[in-house]
Design a protein around this ligand. Structure first.
Ligand code: NAG
Ligand code: NAG
Ligand code: NAG
Length: 316
């Protein structure tokens, strides 16, 4: 009994210390936890589906719904998929054209301050060295209902840079678009595209700033035909404070409270967070509440993995 009482008192004292620490000056420095655990590992994309799912994005209008598309050889199609069953919830066509080589997808506000969410698509890849990439970002409004439908093009942004291939696009809460090229040697160039590109018609804009990211480490392609070692997907959280950039091998995390994603991706090494091996992993996307992220891969019937944050803030 006596010893129990002593340990009880120790427990009370340590709780007080903990409370003081949490309300003390350290509080402003409380960082979000970067401990993520695999919560869903048994769901595959089923039925009518992309078999080269080169990216994934999470709906902001429909709970637990993700969007994907087909890589090279794909049509102007977005697949709406139930993230917890893998079943198709509709195929959206957009515009009336054949994309060249779509490489990434994101959901974000349509413009700065807009309450409406848009699906962004990056036609930025190239195949076998010719023709050159189309380097066009398309934006369509996220529909209020699911099911097969055509979505009007809401915006088009054409850009130009020296990079030969780009697998990765991010869109921040202001609707600003970032692209990351993929390069042999593993140093993707990240560019911030100017918003003026949305209104410049056929005139191509240059990124307003570029940096070399530290995102790709020591990846060795499984065969020499793979020119792509660069990042394969990325996403910015809906509050704009957290960024994920993935490669074939890992998912990297940056905390970016000031929204300067370029400086973060160039000056800091991303922290590897939990992922699951995938045959050709190219998709990563935050849930709108920032509680976790999905990953997916190219290939027939790929898994939709879900990783959830363990709520243990690290006080730094
Ligand atoms: C996806 O594209 C590949 C070619 O890259 C093609 O073989 C396949 O049929 C397409 N899948 C769908 C569902 O359109
Ligand atoms: C997604 O699938 C789950 C599990 O089968 C189901 O409970 C849920 O209603 C589905 N959501 C939609 C939007 O169809
Ligand atoms: C990023 O790193 C470069 C080179 O070390 C340095 O000159 C620059 O000031 C850094 N920028 C920030 C915002 O930390």
């Amino acid at each position: 009994m006596a010893s129990a009482r002593v340990s009880g008192r120790v427990h009370v004292i340590s709780s007080c210390v903990l409370v003081i620490l949490m309300v003390g000056p350290g509080r402003a420095d409380t960082l979000p936890s970067t401990q993520f655990v695999l919560k869903q590992s048994d769901v595959k994309i089923l039925g009518l589906q992309p078999d080269e799912a080169s990216g994934i994005a999470v709906s902001r209008k429909h709970k637990d719904v993700v969007y994907s598309f087909n890589d090279s050889g794909g049509k102007n199609r977005i697949y709406a998929i139930n993230a917890t069953s893998g079943r198709s919830l509709g195929v959206f066509t957009f515009g009336n054209f054949t994309p060249y080589d779509m490489e990434d997808i994101a959901v974000a506000p349509c413009t700065s301050g807009s309450a409406d969410s848009c699906i962004y698509l990056a036609d930025t890849g190239y195949q076998n060295y010719a023709p050159p990439p189309r380097n066009t970002i398309y934006r369509v409004k996220e529909p209020a209902t699911l099911g097969d439908q055509n979505l009007a093009i809401h915006g088009e942004l054409k850009f130009t840079w020296a990079e030969p291939n780009c697998d990765t696009m991010l869109v921040d809460p202001q609707g600003i678009v970032y692209v990351i090229s993929s390069k042999v040697g593993g140093h993707g160039v990240m560019g911030k595209l100017p918003n003026s590109g949305w209104t410049s018609g056929d005139q191509r804009v240059k990124p307003e700033r570029t940096v070399v990211t530290s995102a790709v480490a020591s990846f060795t392609p499984p065969n020499p035909d793979w020119f792509n070692e660069g990042p394969t997907g990325a996403d910015i959280s809906s509050d704009g404070k957290e960024m994920l950039i993935r490669t074939y091998e890992q998912v990297l995390y940056w905390y970016v409270p000031d929204g300067d994603y370029l400086t973060a991706a160039s000056n800091q090494t991303g922290r590897p967070v939990t992922s699951h091996p995938e045959p050709q992993g190219e998709g990563v996307a935050w849930t709108p509440d920032g509680k976790g992220y999905y990953t997916t891969s190219e290939g027939l019937h790929p898994y939709i993995y879900y990783f959830e944050r363990e709520d243990r803030p690290i006080v730094g």
